[in-house]
Design a protein around this ligand. Structure first.
Ligand code: FSO
Ligand code: SF4
Length: 557
């Protein structure tokens, strides 16, 4: 196995990347190898999808399916070898379908690349045997193939593009489940994915592809924002209880609001209380979700604490997307359910829209036996709420009461160095506003930040994909102050963990945002040369100490 896609990848003085029997996340070598083969098969589908597009043939079912299957290979999503094999076989079927359609147009192509013709063995019907045979193909198609033949910078840039595109694919799927798809986005996705399958070596072209992926993702985040706000209304500032309420319960984690809605509809009148977990917290702010009285609160914190938190949750748990950890550790594997691309061997997977099994499970669990004293946090500063607040904020800036804006957010993880982000947020001066988003905020979102003349100092924008809202606010402030986004008194301090964060960073860079602080560590797949290039081009800064960084920011402001 070789996997280096997330921040917790194994690093020793002599090697980088998870490459032994199991990754740090619990992904087995077999699943890692199967995922490498799956990604290559998907690139083959994209190759033919792009060719077919050139002939006027568009298959919306395939366009929708490829990013979804790619999402299954993202960190902490799918650990089930049988499901990954199913995706790989489906990819082969789709590839043949497109190949046949292209051939029917009389188009013949000489010298097809390997990615276009790569075939899976179909010699056995035994699922375990088949998984072993497919996994055995991994060395040929591993994500770091060619290492040693090309420079480490080329490998690093290929991985930057591949992982960035994977994050974009995840957001495409989050948008798709809300009915939002776009043919141009799908075409651009296939084109970049297929090109990466051809093992490009031109560093300038790879760098430009990374920027293309960033720009593409901006469109995808806009599409997702549209899907969420069209379906559930604009988030509005909302107080959320973070303490348990007596009664039977279901906990919903991940990013897909539509699963939460289905659960709320199907539990209405049953007496079961529904809680959000992790990235589902922003759901409480959407009018069409907050209207359910039995959506009683938020439970727990960020994904890396789930094994303790889920073990103590006395009900059923639904994982709608990332981030999933091994549920057998906390003895709750029998009452957790996966959805969509998420999977763990032996854990019940819910297809379709019927959550009856989850409800039955919740009813069989004890539920919370008492109600704790409420603690409320304020969330819901999405795009619309921020724009509504913008005039008041601008007045306070002009009056000298707000001197700087910080966006402190991103994904969380287990490393001790991540305390930086809490320390940074809580040590920001009182005449500054702190915007936040994604699961990193759980480190400080229950702290008292106070307000500046009625404007809360901590403004929770939402999930990681709601970085789109933050960008909209920055653009609006730029317009109001008639300056470039980089001239604003605004600093981004971003924690990264997995590939969604990579693509958000690419989006910000592609939009020309400079001087971003990021950490806790640099992505292990980037070489020193590449990090230096990003620093030179975008003034990208690795975090150091809170005092040093804060001082530098406020001096520049
Ligand atoms: Fe966190 Fe996980 Fe949203 Fe990520 S829950 S780490 S960036 O999946 O997607 O913020
Ligand atoms: Fe290692 Fe991260 Fe890959 Fe898991 S996802 S195998 S922890 S690099």
């Amino acid at each position: 196995m070789f996997c280096i896609q997330c921040e917790q990848t194994i690093q020793t003085p002599v090697s980088k990347g998870c490459s032994f029997a199991q990754g740090m996340c619990g992904k087995t070598a077999e699943v890692s190898d199967l995922q490498d083969v799956l990604v290559y098969c998907l690139q083959g589908v994209s190759y033919w999808a792009e060719l077919a597009r050139g002939l006027g043939i568009i298959k919306p079912d395939i366009d929708a399916w490829v990013p979804k299957a790619f999402f299954s290979t993202l960190t902490n999503v799918n650990f089930d070898p049988i499901r990954i094999v199913q995706y790989a076989l489906q990819a082969q079927t789709f590839r043949h379908e497109l190949q046949t359609l292209v051939a029917a147009q009389g188009k013949s192509i000489a010298n097809l690349p390997l990615v276009a013709t790569f075939a899976l063995p179909l010699s056995t019907n035994d699922p375990e045997q088949l998984a072993a045979e497919i996994a055995a193909l991994a060395p040929e198609v591993a994500v770091n193939r060619g290492q040693g033949d090309v420079s480490d910078d080329v490998i690093g840039l290929r991985l930057l593009c591949l992982y960035g595109l994977k994050g974009a694919a995840a957001y495409m799927e989050h948008a798709r489940v809300l009915g939002q798809t776009d043919q141009d986005i799908a075409g651009a996705f296939h084109s970049i994915f297929a090109w990466l399958g051809s093992d490009p070596i031109d560093q300038n072209a790879l760098f430009e592809a990374a920027m293309r992926i960033g720009r593409l993702n901006y469109k995808i985040m806009a599409l997702l924002d549209h899907g969420e706000t069209e379906t559930y209304g604009h988030p509005e500032p909302t107080q959320v209880n973070v303490k348990p309420v007596q009664g039977k319960c279901i906990l919903v984690s991940g990013h897909d609001l539509c699963d939460l809605e289905l659960i709320l509809q199907q539990t209405e009148g049953t007496g079961i209380n529904v809680y959000t977990h992790g990235e589902m917290l922003p759901a409480h702010a959407y009018p069409e979700l907050k209207k359910y009285a039995h959506l009683v609160g938020n439970y727990g914190s960020a994904w890396q604490n789930q094994q303790q938190e889920f073990a103590h949750f006395p009900g059923a748990i639904v994982m709608t997307s990332n981030c999933l950890l091994n549920p057998t550790v906390g003895q709750y594997a029998g009452r957790i359910f996966t959805r969509s691309i998420v999977g763990w061997p032996g854990v019940k997977h819910i297809e379709g829209e019927n959550f009856a099994e989850v409800i039955t499970c919740a009813q069989a669990q004890p539920g919370f036996t008492s109600t704790e004293i409420e603690q409320r946090i304020t969330i819901g500063f999405g795009r619309n709420a921020l724009m509504t607040a913008a005039p008041a904020v601008i007045d306070q800036v002009k009056a000298g009461n707000i001197r700087h804006f910080f966006l402190v957010g991103g994904c969380d993880g287990s490393r001790a160095e991540r305390s930086y982000f809490k320390d940074f947020a809580t040590q920001t001066p009182e005449d500054t506003l702190v915007l936040t988003l994604a699961c990193g905020k759980y480190r400080f979102n229950k702290e008292p930040f106070g307000d500046i003349n009625g404007i809360p100092r901590l403004l929770d924008i939402g999930q990681c994909n709601d970085a789109y809202s933050a960008i909209q606010l920055a653009l609006a402030l730029g317009e109001a102050f008639e300056c470039d986004i980089n001239e604003l008194p605004l600093t981004l301090v971003l924690s990264w963990f997995e590939q969604k964060a990579i693509v958000i960073l690419l989006t910000l860079l592609a939009l020309g945002v400079r001087g971003i602080y990021t950490g806790p560590t640099a992505p292990a797949f980037l070489t020193d040369n590449l990090i230096k290039a990003l620093q030179d081009k975008f003034d990208l800064r690795m975090i150091s100490s809170v005092t040093e960084d804060m001082q530098a920011v406020l001096q520049e402001s």
